[in-house]
Design a protein around this ligand. Sequence first.
Ligand code: FAD
Length: 560
Amino acid sequence: MTNAIDRNAVHHMKWWGWGVDGVGFHHEDKPGFAPFVKFAVGLDLGTAVRTGEPSFDDLNVPLSNATEEFTAELASIVGAENVTTDDMARVVHTYGKSIRDLIRVRSNTILRSPDVVIYPADEAEVQQIVDAAVAANAVIIPFGGGSNIAGSLEPIPGEARTIVSLDLGRLRAVIDIDTDSGLARIQAGSQGPDLEEQLNKQGWTIGHFPDSFTHSTVGGWVATRSSGMQSDKYGDIANIARGMRVVRPGGVLVLRPLPSTSSGPSVREMILGSEGKLGVITEVTVQVHRIPEKRDVYAYFFPNWKSGIAAMQAISESDATPSITRISDSRETSFSLATSKNRKGVSKFMAESALPGIMKAKGWNLDDICLSFIGFEGSVSHAKHQKSLVDDIVKKHGGMGVGSGPGILYDQKKFDTPYLRDFLLDMGAAGDVSETAAPWSKLVGVHEAVYAAARGAYEQLGNDGWIMSHMSHSYHSGACLYFTFAFTFGDDPIAEYNLVKNAIQQAFVDNHATISHHHGVGLEHSPWLTQDISEEGVKIMTGLFESADPAQNFNPGKIL
Ligand code: FAD
C-alpha cells in the first residue's frame, strides 16, 4: 500500500533531548520542587548555573562513508528527497533517549553514526532497501520514534560497513479495522497520537499508553516489548500485537492475526523484542477496544509500602479488574507531593492540613505514606462495581481513598515528566530509570535489595544520590517495579551513571527479578542476559540470530 505522507511531515525529537522544541520542564508553579531537589540530590536550583541548548555547530559528526553509488541506488528506490546523508539527520538517528545517550550527545561524544538515513513510503520500498543493503553488505538499523532507553539504536563504534538508518516515519496509517474481531491493521511507523487519533475517530482505542506514547511507534513497541500504563486491562504489547508483517531479505514474514495458536515455538514471540535484528516490521495487527463509556483514575493512600503492595496483590487476586494499579513508595510519594502545583483555598487546606491531620489521627507516620493510583474503565455500572470491590480491599489493608482529583492531575502530567531529565541535566544532575518484574513473593525483597545496591554505589561515588520507586503493571503472579535514580555528577558522568545503574541491574538478577520489564535489552542490559535466561537460553538465541541473519546485517551488537 502506498501512502502520500511526505518526509517533511516526519517529526523527530530534539537532537539533544526529549520531545519537541520549545517545550521543557519548569518549576515556577511548583513551590515544593526546589527544596525537594536540594534535599534529594543536594542541588541548589537558586544558584546552579543552567546550561542552555547545546550548539549543533560544535558537534563533531563522523563523516558519512556511504558511497555515491549506494546512495544513488537508495535514491532510485525512494526518490532523492527521501534519502539523506545530512549531519543533523544522522545525529538524530544515532541514539535513543537514555541518560547515557543524552549525556553523550550533549558532550560531543558520537563515535559512530548512521551513514545514510532513508524514509520509505511503503512495504515494497522497504523490501527493495533491505535487498539492496544486504546485497551491498550494509548494516540496517530500523528507526521508529528513537525513544528507546536501552541502547537499542546506536551503531557499534568501529563498524566499517555502511550503516543505513531505516526510518519508518512515513508509514503511519491505520489501514483498516476488522470491527467484528476488534483488530486493527496499523503501519509500523505510526506514533501513539497518530494511531490513537485515527482509531478514536471510528470509536476505538488501542489501550496502549507508555509514558513515551507521544514519540514512540507501534513497530518500536513490538521490537522492544513495550508496556503501557493501562496494561492491567489491555495487556502489554506482547498481548496486544496479534499479527505482523516483517520484511526480511528476499521476502516478507507474514504472521496472520490469530486469537491464539499452538504452532510453536512462536515466531510471533521471536519478533516481539527482536530490536530490529530479525527484519523490519512494516505492519502490526493489534487488538483494539471500543472507547470506554467511563474512565476514572482514583487516588488512595496507604500507611506504608508493605501494606500498599499487599493491597495491590490482593486486588490482582480478586474479581476486580482495574485498568491501572500503581503504588509509589514513600520516597516517590514525597517527590509527587513536591512536584504538585501551587494549591489554593479548599484544595490547599485539604492537602496540607486536613489530610495529614486524618493520617496522623490514624497513627500513620507521614514519612512512610504511599500514594496509589487505581484506574477503572468500562460501562458506568462496571466501573462503579470495580471501584467498590477495590475500595473494600484498600480498606482491609488499612488504606484510604482521596477521590479522583489527584488522579486527574496524574493523567494530565504523565507525558510531561520526561522533560524533567533535560532540566536536571542542564543543572548538572543525572536522572534515569531501571525497571524490572518479579513474583509477588519476591517484590518487597527486590525493592530492599535495589535500595541497598544504589546506596552502596552512591557511597562509592561519595555522593548523596536519590532513589525512589513505584509498582505498576500487575499480573497474576507478580508485578513490575520501576526505580528512578538521580545524582549530581562530577567529571565523568557516564562512569558514575554506569556504577549506579550496574549495581541496580545486578540486584535485579540476584533477587529473582528480570533485567527489564518493558525497555528491552539493547546494549544496556545485554551484560545480564545470561543471568536472566541461562546459558542454554543464550545458545538458542544465538542460533536464531545466526540463522536468520548470517552476515549480521540487521542491527548488530544488540541483545547478544
Ligand atoms: P526506537 O527507539 O526507534 O527503536 C527501538 C528498537 O526497536 C531499535 O532496536 C530499533 O531498531 C527497533 N525498531 C523500531 N522500529 C522497528 C521496526 N519497525 N521494525 C523492526 N525494528 C524496529 N517504554 C515502555 O514500554 N513503556 C513506557 O512507559 C516507557 N516510557 C518511557 C519514557 C521515556 C521518557 C523514555 C525516554 C522512554 C520510555 N520507554 C517506555 C521506552 C521506549 O519508549 C520504548 O522502548 C519504545 O517502545 C520504543 O519505541 P520507538 O518507536 O521509539 O523505537
